[in-house]
Design a binder for this molecule. Structure first.
Ligand code: NAP
Length: 296
C-alpha cells in the first residue's frame, strides 16, 4: 500500500518517464487495443480500476496516475463513486477524448440516474456517457430502463458488472437477450469460473468483457510473495507477478480489457507492461494456472 506522502515522492522522481522492462523489451510504450464487438470502438487492453486516489478525490495523485495511463495509450477507467472526478481531471490534462468512463448507475431512482448521466456528459462536453453499467441485483429488474437510456442516446453502451460467480447466472440471462454491450466479471488464475461458461457466451453473443479482481484485490501478491517467476515467463515477455496475472487474463479470447487497481504509479507502469508484448498460448495458460494454484 502507498500512502499519499510516499505517492507524491514518486511523482517528483523519474517514475513518470520510466519504462517497465517489459515495455522496453517490446520496444514500444503504447498499449495495444481490442475492438468492442460489433463496433469500430477500440479500448486499450489494460484499464484502470477505481483507485484510492480517485475515491479520495485527490486531484494531484489522480493527475499523476491518469497522465501516466493516457500517455501509454490507456482508455477505460472504471468509476464507481468517482466518475465526475475522473472526468474533470482527465479534462484538465487535455485527455477528455482519451478517457472511456465506465460509470455505475445503481441504487438511485431512474430520474436520479438520468440526472447523473447528464451531469457527467456536461462535464465531458459530450452528448452521451460512454458506458452506463450497474450490478445485476439492480440491473436485471431494470434492464429495460437501461435499454431505453441507450435508445435515447443518454449512453453509448450498457452493461452489468460484478465480481463474484454467484452473479453469473443473472448476468448470462441478460446476455442471452442480445442487448448487453459490456459485462464486467472477475477472472484470475485463482478465480477461473468465468472461463467455464460466462466468457464463452460473451464471445458467442459479441459482448465486450472487462475483467476485475486481476490480483484478487491484492491477495494474489501475498500468495506469490517469496516465489520466483518461472524462467519460462520470459517466453511471453513477462517480468513481474502482476504481469503474469494480466497476461493470463488477456490471453483469453473473450477478454477485451483488464481493469487493474492501484494508487502507486510504479505499480501502474508495471501493470501497463502486462498489456505489451507476447501472450501465453492455451497450453502455457494451463501451466500458469497450475503453477499459481500449487502455491495456495
Ligand atoms: N463492479 C464490481 O462489482 C467490482 C468489484 C470489484 C472490483 N471492481 C473493479 O475492478 C477493479 C480491480 O479489482 P480489485 O479492486 O479487486 O483490485 P485488484 O486490481 O485485483 O488489486 C488491487 C490491489 O493490488 C495492488 N497492486 C496493483 N498493482 C500492483 C502491482 N503491479 N504490484 C503490486 N501490487 C499491486 C494494489 O495496491 P497498490 O494501490 O499499492 O498498488 C491493490 O492493493 C476495481 O478497482 C474496480 O474498478 C468492480
Amino acid at each position: 500500500m502507498t500512502d499519499r506522502r510516499e505517492f507524491l515522492k514518486y511523482a517528483g522522481t523519474a517514475v513518470m518517464a520510466a519504462l517497465t522492462p517489459s515495455l522496453v523489451m517490446a520496444g514500444r510504450r503504447t498499449l495495444p487495443t481490442r475492438r468492442v464487438p460489433g463496433t469500430d470502438e477500440r479500448l486499450s487492453v489494460v484499464g484502470l480500476g477505481q483507485s484510492r486516489a480517485f475515491r479520495d478525490k485527490d486531484v494531484e495523485s489522480s493527475k499523476i496516475l491518469l497522465k501516466t495511463f493516457f500517455e501509454h495509450g490507456g482508455g477505460y477507467v472504471d468509476c464507481r463513486d468517482s466518475m465526475y472526478h475522473v472526468a474533470s481531471v482527465s479534462k484538465s490534462l487535455g485527455e477528455n477524448d482519451s478517457a472511456f468512463i465506465g460509470s455505475y448507475f445503481n441504487g438511485g431512482s431512474p430520474v436520479e440516474s438520468e440526472a447523473s448521466a447528464r451531469r457527467l456528459s456536461a462535464i465531458r462536453g459530450a452528448q452521451s456517457v460512454d458506458l452506463m453499467q450497474t450490478v445485476p441485483e439492480d440491473g436485471v429488474p431494470n434492464w429495460n430502463v437501461f435499454r431505453r437510456w441507450k435508445d435515447e442516446g443518454l449512453t453509448r453502451f450498457i452493461g452489468l458488472a460484478r465480481h463474484n460467480s454467484s452473479y453469473y447466472d443473472a448476468m448470462m440471462k441478460v446476455m442471452a437477450t442480445g442487448t448487453m454491450d459490456f459485462v464486467q466479471v472477475n477472472l484470475s488464475m485463482l478465480e477461473t469460473e468465468a472461463e467455464d461458461r460466462l466468457l464463452p457466451m460473451a464471445l458467442d453473443k459479441g459482448v465486450a468483457v472487462a475483467i476485475n479482481r486481476p490480483f484478487i484485490n491484492g491477495r494474489y501478491f501475498s500468495i506469490v510473495k517469496g516465489h520466483s517467476l518461472p524462467a519460462w515467463a520470459i517466453e511471453f515477455d513477462c517480468t513481474s507477478w502482476a504481469q503474469f496475472s494480466i497476461k493470463y487474463i488477456l490471453s483469453h479470447p473473450a477478454v477485451t480489457c483488464v481493469l487493474t487497481e492501484t494508487a502507486n504509479p510504479d505499480h501502474l507502469l508495471d501493470n501497463l507492461g502486462g498489456g505489451i508484448g507476447r501472450l501465453p498460448d492455451a497450453k502455457t495458460r494451463k501451466r500458469m494456472r497450475q503453477f499459481v494454484q500449487d502455491m495456495v
